[in-house]
Design a protein around this ligand. Structure first.
Ligand code: ADX
Length: 213
C-alpha cells in the first residue's frame, strides 16, 4: 500500500478477494510492464497477448500510453517530470488491478530507469519488466504515426530516441526482440515467459496467438 495518501482516508477491503478471482481465472495477478521506443511494437504485443490470454480463459487488461493520455494522464506532456508522473499514475492503477487478480499489460515508453524502478516498487512483488527491443532506426522506418518525421522536422520537441533519451533496462525480466521477430512470435514468447513465472498455467501453450490479425 502506498505511503502517499490523502488525509483521513481508510483503505477499503474488498468482499471479493484476490485469491478468489485468481482461483476462478486460473492466473496470478501481475503487472507486465512493456517498455521501449515509440513504434517498437509494445501496443501490438500488448493487444495480441491480451487477445490470446482472453481466448484461453484469462483476464488481462491493457494500459496503453496513448490511451491513458486520453483522460487519466491527458494533463501531462513529455518533459521528464511529466513522464515520471505518467509512469507513477499508471503504476498505481496497474497495482490496483493486479491486487484484484487481473493481468495488467502496460505499454508505456517509460524511458527513464528511475521511473521504471519506482513502478516496480509500487507494484512489488507482482511486476515484470519487459524490454521491447527495436532499434531507433527500425522504429523511424516504421513510423506508423508519422511522429519521427515530425520530430526530425522540429515539429515535436523532446521526442524519445530523437531529441530525448531512452534508457534501456539493465536487468529486465524479459527481452522481446521486436526488430526481427514477428508480432505473433513475440507474443508467444511473452506468454511462454508468463507461464514460466507461474502467472498463467500450461494451458496457455494451446492459446492461438494472432487469431485477431
Ligand atoms: S512516456 O514516455 O510518458 O512513457 P507514453 O508511452 O505515455 O510516453 O506515450 C507515448 C506516445 O505519445 C507515443 O506512442 C506517441 O504516439 C506520443 N508522443 C507524442 N509526443 C511524444 C514525444 N515527445 N515523445 C514520445 N512520444 C510522444
Amino acid at each position: 500500500m502506498s505511503t502517499l495518501r490523502s488525509p483521513d482516508v481508510t483503505w477499503q477491503r474488498p468482499h471479493v478477494g484476490r485469491e478468489e478471482i485468481e482461483g476462478r481465472l486460473g492466473q496470478r495477478g501481475a503487472v507486465v510492464w512493456l517498455t521501449g521506443l515509440s513504434a517498437s511494437g509494445k501496443s501490438t504485443l500488448a493487444r495480441l497477448s491480451q487477445r490470446a490470454l482472453f481466448d484461453a480463459g484469462h483476464l488481462a487488461i491493457v494500459l496503453d500510453g496513448d490511451n491513458v493520455r486520453h483522460g487519466l494522464c491527458g494533463d501531462l506532456g513529455f518533459a521528464p517530470a511529466d513522464r515520471s508522473e505518467n509512469v507513477r499514475r499508471v503504476a498505481h492503477v496497474a497495482r490496483l488491478f493486479a491486487d484484484s487478480g487481473l493481468l495488467v499489460i502496460v505499454a508505456l515508453i517509460s524511458p527513464y530507469r528511475e521511473d521504471r524502478d519506482r513502478a516496480r516498487e509500487i507494484c512489488n512483488p507482482d511486476f515484470l519488466e519487459v524490454y521491447v527491443e527495436t532499434s531507433v532506426e527500425t522504429c523511424e522506418k516504421r513510423d506508423p504515426k508519422g511522429l519521427y518525421k515530425k520530430a526530425r522536422a522540429g515539429q515535436i520537441q523532446e521526442f524519445t530516441g530523437i531529441s530525448a533519451p531512452y534508457e534501456a533496462p539493465l536487468r529486465p525480466d524479459f527481452v522481446i526482440d521486436c526488430e526481427s521477430t514477428s508480432a505473433v512470435d513475440s507474443s508467444e514468447q511473452l506468454l511462454e515467459g508468463l507461464r514460466e513465472k507461474g502467472i498463467v498455467g500450461a494451458d496457455i501453450r494451446r492459446a492461438k496467438v494472432g487469431s485477431a490479425l
